[in-house]
Design a protein around this ligand. Structure first.
Ligand code: ASP
Length: 571
């Protein structure tokens, strides 16, 4: 139907008769029955000079045939790649009519999210959405090529499965053939990829769709896609090597610069320096240890097992209201309070100065490296709380916008095996229950479980957790021990994960793996704050698809077939 794409016509095409197809982006009258009609396809826009364009409306689908010519002197549009030419003497064929669009098809339109998603097919015509989805395809394809070049085999794992614990709620699907029984949708292919290792696949990968019933956020949808990988006879260093090569290849395919070597940091160091397990290393404002500087202080608020602070450059002028809000935030995050000091020029100012000794007044700013006009924030308490609170304040006060500061990848290693205790005093796995404890810490498992490190590692990009992985347990005895540690009794372990324990008794190679989120990676590469912008058909914040109306009721006959009855909503 067409000889050229709209966005590719240039002065060198002058004199050629061409046909282009696309949507009417705009129509401007040009007197004497002539109109300028801009025609858009995914490559861009070209101006067509049309005689008798009265019936043409925005978003009509047209085929235009005419002759390319240079635009008259002084009428070129430097903002358009095709701005030096136009298509003249046009014949226009209307291929499809269109209702007036619900919102203008242009970037930076302030259309309501619901309206955009309800008419996603119109929204997708916007240049930014076109760019984002194509960028996504480029990134996915580079990932596939890199994994295959490294000897990985793509294997599809099932979608209707038994539950895979990844710490989220399952989506469940009722079974018609076994009424009263349910499948779970995979939170990840975790157990299947481990079974593939027992099955001798050796190196597996998949661009896998994962489903987790959790509250939606800017960086989270119910369903997301991850590069899921697993390798046999491999350890942490092998996995980090493979995944680093792939993520670097994907970022370069997107036209962005990134170093070959990805820096590494232990989880402990990340907590100490950044108060986070996913540090945004695009900026400084690191946490500074002050415990020794105020040891023996007479000031009650600083008498605590841990005292740390951050230096906020040039913010000495911060108003009281903002500081009060930061204090409320710190308290909400568990701190007893927030101590602030200001360097008014060279002089230290603070409502708490009267409680500090002369040594403390000089030691605190010195330890924090304070310079004139800095604001200093200090938090005291238990170490994990202090780190968490200051980590949040650091982000709040220093984090650059999503599209600034380049691409900063970071491996965080040596995560703890457990992230804390649940209400019943049982440890909660920091990664998932299939993660191998650190060999040096195994003998502390019973006495001090919370101090046991795991062989789990995360990949972080500009402060976003891109993905996680671990060396897996491949011995049934250790797996059994971890299950019972987590309060999963042998019978329950057998009924939920018996197939895995069985598999481990049939010759399991040592194996390790990883998964990283493609939606998050592409969003960051596209400079988007919300992963919805890189997903063709996402859900809204409340988990609804305004386009198809999902989720919705089902036919009573369908329910009967499934042996289900819907209870009225509790009032
Ligand atoms: N299954 C994990 C996840 O989806 C990743 C992994 O351990 O390989 O987060």
């Amino acid at each position: 139907m067409r000889t050229h794409m709209c966005g590719e016509l240039r002065p060198t095409d002058a004199g050629q008769t061409v046909s282009v197809c696309g949507w009417v982006a705009s129509r401007r009258e040009h007197g004497q029955n002539l109109a300028f009609v801009d025609v858009r396809d995914h490559t861009g826009i070209v101006q067509c000079v049309v005689d008798g364009a009265n019936e043409l409306r925005s978003e009509f689908v047209v085929r235009v045939t005419g002759t390319v010519r240079a635009r008259p002197e002084g009428t070129a549009n430097p903002n358009l790649p095709t701005g030096d030419v136009e298509v003249g003497d046009c014949t226009v064929e209307i291929l499809s009519q269109a209702e007036p669009p619900p919102f203008p098809v242009a970037d930076r339109v302030d259309a309501d999210e619901n309206l955009r998603l309800r008419h996603r097919y119109v929204d997708l015509r916007r240049p930014a959405m076109q760019r984002n989805l194509r960028l996504r395809a480029t990134v996915s394809s580079a990932i596939r090529r890199s994994m295959e070049a490294q000897g990985f085999v793509e294997v599809e794992t099932p979608t209707l499965i038994a539950s895979t614990p990844e710490g989220a709620r399952d989506f469940v699907v009722p079974s018609r053939l076994q009424p009263g029984s349910f499948y779970a949708l995979p939170q990840s292919p975790q157990l299947f990829k481990q079974l593939l290792m027992v099955g001798g696949i050796d190196r597996y990968y998949q661009l896998a769709r994962c489903l987790r019933d959790e509250d939606l956020r800017a960086d989270r949808q119910f369903e997301f896609t991850q590069l899921d990988a697993e390798m046999s006879f491999a350890d942490q260093a092998d996995v980090i090597g493979v995944i680093s090569a792939t993520v670097v290849a994907a970022i370069r395919a997107a036209g962005r610069e990134v170093a070959d070597e990805i820096p590494r940091m232990t989880w402990r160091e990340a907590q100490d320096r950044f108060g986070s397990d996913k540090p945004d290393v695009r900026f400084g404002m690191e946490l500074v240890e002050l415990t020794d500087a105020v040891a023996g202080t007479g000031f009650r608020a600083l008498q605590a097992p841990c005292v740390k602070g951050i230096r906020v450059p040039g913010e000495a002028g911060m108003g009281r209201a903002r500081i009060d809000r930061l204090t409320d935030q710190a308290k909400a995050a568990g701190a007893g309070g927030l101590v602030w000091l200001k360097m008014e020029g060279e002089t230290l100012e603070s409502p708490i100065l009267k409680f500090l000794s002369a040594e403390e007044k000089s030691a605190l700013p010195k330890a924090l490296g304070a310079e004139p006009d800095d604001l200093l924030l200090v938090v005291a308490g238990e170490r994990p709380t202090v780190d968490r609170v200051l980590g949040q304040l650091r982000l709040e006060l220093g984090r650059p916008p999503v599209n600034e500061g380049g691409i900063n990848l970071l491996w965080v290693t040596d995560f703890p095996l457990f992230e804390g205790l649940d209400g019943e005093g049982r440890p909660i796995p920091a990664h998932h229950p299939f993660t191998m404890p650190h060999p040096d810490d195994l003998d502390r498992l019973d006495a001090e479980p919370l101090s046991v490190r795991s062989q789990a590692y995360d990949l972080v990009l500009n402060g976003w957790e891109l993905g996680s992985g671990s060396v897996r347990i491949h011995r049934p005895d250790i797996q059994q021990r971890i299950f019972s540690f987590l309060g999963i009794e042998p019978e329950e372990a057998q009924s939920r994960f018996g197939f895995l324990l069985d598999a481990f008794r049939h010759g399991a190679p040592p194996h390790a793996g990883f998964a990283f989120g493609i939606d998050r990676l592409v969003a960051l590469l596209a400079g988007e704050e919300n992963i919805r912008e890189v997903i063709a058909f996402p859900k809204t914040q409340s988990g609804v698809d305004p386009l198809t109306g999902a989720p919705g009721p089902v036919d009573p006959r369908q329910l009967a077939e499934l042996g289900l009855r819907v209870l009225p909503r509790p009032t």
